[in-house]
Design a binder for this molecule. Structure first.
Ligand code: GDP
Length: 744
């Protein structure tokens, strides 16, 4: 049975609808050929501020493209939940947290939708998704407009150079004003943007759209708006349409030289010229086409899909680089060949791991070459060989087996042991890796405890799975206070995992108060010479280690390094791992404030052993002793996470906003302003950001928005450090020896 038949089976209405679509010039999708030309592929993401309607829109797209037979509302009465929300919790919240890749077809073109989460705490998922996308649809709410997460997503798209279309959703809502949203896109997000569609009526009067490119009206009729009818632009909208089309042409002319000539020389141009200019400028990110609609009321979704195909790039129009590691040299950059001829060796990137109801799934994107069932590939990081027993393409909750995948395709593998960000190639020796995904440091930690001791096993299983899936989610058992700590990108990030433990693993947990993840580091080098010796009858313990602990450069202050510089056999090689183990164990908990050590290099230079009494354990304990010694003798300081904060508000509040940021120890790094709004960029310690949302709201009459994102770790101010150390000493009681503090 063909896939199209399966997709349509049992749904006669849809079949009728397809015929209608065909009648209206919306030719139905044809065959599901596996090996389609690169021009017929789009890998897109849908990004938005939470509640803008991303899930509803995705659901509509899947419906119109024939991937699902019926639609559900996100918080609908049918209790089924939108198809993309495959996780129980997401269903309940109506938000999409985890990205999933969905294969679908629109008019002969394969559109792969990588679902991207909207909340800032799930940044790593957004980063991963953006890494594999070629283009994106930015959904905005016609009432809410540009909100803080829209700004975050916008910044990420800029970082990864992702071309985008904007879709202003919820035209039907009371108070909807797409014109205001467009002006916010220009003023708050600095987009050179213009409408390519206009609404025919808003709020309850929302009837259809005017297509400014074709200069026609579009109406969505029949069941679920499937009947797309083109008509003349209504009389009362002709003047406005003319004006807005002129505005579109002006904005395009500013961004595109070729098209600019038509404008300057007042030469006539065709619809095809206009489309070509839209495509060029959208792909090189100099112009953003703005579409409008209402997903819930089934208006504007099909033209949005057309625009995805018309204006967003295919995988061949985006440059992707691979890096060949060379010892002692900078890696060599190579441009991967996106041609779907299978001539170049296979290169793929694992961008998402998911342990779901199909078992362990790994989502990959193929960047070069071809991969066939039965092939062997290698993980570039571990050099492990993987045999491809099954290749699948995913719909959000169903899968399809395929025999081969080509450059540009998104697919999944079963039971592959790897981490997200790993590169797979056919040749283990070429050291080729795609650049790794930017992984932010976890900045908030919380104590976590299963409510019932009988759930311990499930608790461990859940932790193991979550830490593997999400590199920003960390786990640590603090032996001293017998407490388990989890750390991540924010409170909500950790709360979501806590809830998933209960729902998916039947293990309810209690979370402690959120704490900023400070770190401890050395100010300068400190030598050590430590002898661990114990003689208490029986075999003794003997280990001596000599060396130096020193700070790493500031840009590496979240790392820990260990180097063995010993020559000769004073420290026998088999005991070196013991020293490293002892060092890493001690690094989990600093003695100044109880936070992890980082930004330190441990150089083991010499030592001594005893022919009988030395062991790995003895060397491990010697490392513990050496670090305690360095703690007493060295100069230590506390590092804190610094956030990149971006605040946008109307101009009149600029003074107040700047004042509040500097009161919070913020350093202003830049400001921008257009059309009555300003944006200020600042670096502020996370520890000083608590309560900022409320302050900003009250000082800008609710009009200000802010986003923050981890930037780096940096030394605390001396008084902050004193306070942290004092608090720690109080909790530790008087038993704690006097700690030496940093000499600034
Ligand atoms: P997400 O958080 O961005 O995925 O947004 P959802 O798709 O979950 O939508 C959030 C809420 O907005 C839900 O209650 C939807 O039913 C509703 N919604 C989505 N699209 C529209 C729309 O076009 N008009 C109106 N009035 N509501 C919408």
């Amino acid at each position: 049975m063909s896939l199209i038949t399966r997709a349509l089976q049992g749904n006669l209405t849809r079949k009728n609808a397809l015929q209608t679509l065909t009648r209206c010039g919306y030719s139905s999708h044809a065959k599901f050929a596996e090996h389609r030309p690169i021009e017929k592929i789009r890998n897109i993401g849908i990004s938005a501020h939470i509640d803008s309607g991303k899930t509803t829109l995705t659901e509509r797209i899947l419906f119109y493209t024939g991937r699902i037979a019926e639609m559900h509302e996100v918080r609908g009465k049918d209790n089924v939940g939108a198809t993309m929300d495959s996780m129980e919790l997401e269903r309940q919240r109506g938000i999409t947290i985890q990205s999933a890749a969905t294969y679908t077809m629109w008019k002969d073109t394969n559109v792969n939708i990588i679902d991207t989460p909207g909340h800032v705490d799930f940044t790593v998922e957004v980063e991963r998704a953006l890494r594999v996308l070629d283009g994106a649809v930015l959904v905005l709410c016609a009432v809410g407009g540009v909100q803080s997460q829209t700004l975050t997503v916008n910044r990420q798209m800029k970082r990864y150079n992702v071309p985008c279309l904007a879709f202003i959703n919820k035209l039907d809502r009371l108070g909807s004003n797409p014109y205001r949203v467009l002006s916010q896109m220009r003023s708050k997000m600095n987009h050179n943007a213009a409408f390519i569609q206009l609404p025919i009526g808003v709020e309850s009067n929302c009837k259809g759209l005017v297509d400014l490119v074709r200069e026609q009206a579009i109406y969505f009729e029949g069941e679920n708006g499937m009947d797309v009818r083109l008509d003349e632009i209504p009389q009362d909208m002709r003047v406005e349409s003319q004006e807005r089309r002129q505005e579109l042409i002006e904005h395009l002319s500013n961004a595109d030289e070729t098209f600019g000539e038509f404008f300057l020389e007042e030469k006539p141009f065709s619809e095809a010229d206009l489309r070509a200019a839209l495509r060029r400028t959208c792909i090189n990110r100099t112009f953003t086409p703005v579409l409008v609609g209402t997903a819930l009321k089934n208006k504007g979704v099909q033209p949005l899909l057309d625009a995805v195909i018309d204006y967003l790039p295919n995988p061949g129009e985006v440059e992707n680089l691979g890096f060949i590691e060379r010892e002692g040299k900078d890696p060599e950059k190579i441009v991967l060949n996106p041609a779907r001829d299978g001539k170049d060796p296979f290169v793929g990137l694992a961008f998402k791991l998911e342990a779901g109801r199909f078992g362990q799934l790994t989502y990959l994107r193929c960047y070069q070459g071809v991969l066939r069932k039965g092939d062997n590939i290698f993980n570039a990081r571990t050099n492990k060989k993987v045999r491809i027993a099954r290749l699948v393409r995913l719909h959000s909750s169903q899968m399809e087996d395929v025999n081969e995948v080509y450059a540009g395709d998104i697919f999944a593998l079963f039971g592959v042991d790897c981490a997200s960000g790993d590169t797979f190639t056919t040749n283990p020796k070429n050291n080729l890796a795609m650049e790794s995904i930017f992984v932010p440091e976890p900045v908030v930690s919380m104590a976590i405890k299963p409510n019932n001791t009988k759930d311990r096993d499930n608790f461990s299983k859940a932790i193991a799975r979550f830490t593997k899936e999400d590199p920003t989610f960390h786990f640590f058992f603090d032996n001293d206070v017998k407490e388990t700590l989890v750390s991540g990108m924010g409170e909500l990030h950790l709360e979501i995992y806590a809830q998933r433990m209960e729902r998916e693993y039947g293990c309810p947990v209690t979370l402690g108060k959120p704490k900023v993840a400070f770190r401890e580091t050395l100010v300068g080098p400190c030598e050590f010479d430590y002898l661990h010796k114990k003689q208490s009858g029986g075999s003794g313990q003997y280990a001596r280690i000599i060396g130096v602990m020193e700070p790493l450069p500031p840009n590496q202050n979240t790392l820990l390094e260990f180097v063995d510089e010993t020559v000769g056999t004073n420290v026998p090689k088999q005991f070196v791992p013991g020293v490293e183990k002892g060092y890493r164990e001690m690094a989990e908990r600093g003695m100044l404030s109880g936070h992890r050590l980082s930004g330190i290099k441990f150089r083991l230079q010499d030592g001594g052993h005893h022919i009988v009494d030395s062991s790995e354990l003895a060397f491990m304990l010697a490392a513990h002793g050496a670090i305690k010694e360095v703690f007493q003798n060295g100069n230590w300081q506390i590092l804190e996470p610094i956030m990149m904060v971006e605040v946008t508000a109307p101009e009149e509040f600029q003074g107040a906003v700047m004042g509040h940021l500097s009161k919070r120890h913020g350093i202003i790094t830049g400001t921008e302003g257009t059309e009555g709004w300003f944006t200020v960029y600042a670096e502020v310690p996370l520890n000083d950001m608590f309560g900022y949302a409320g302050e900003l709201r009250s000082s800008t009459q609710g009009k200000g928005e802010f986003t923050m994102e981890y930037s780096r770790y940096s030394p605390c101010l001396p008084d902050v450090q004193d306070q942290i150390v004092r608090q720690y000493q109080e909790t530790q009681g008087a038993s704690q020896p006097d700690k030496k503090k940093k000499k600034n």
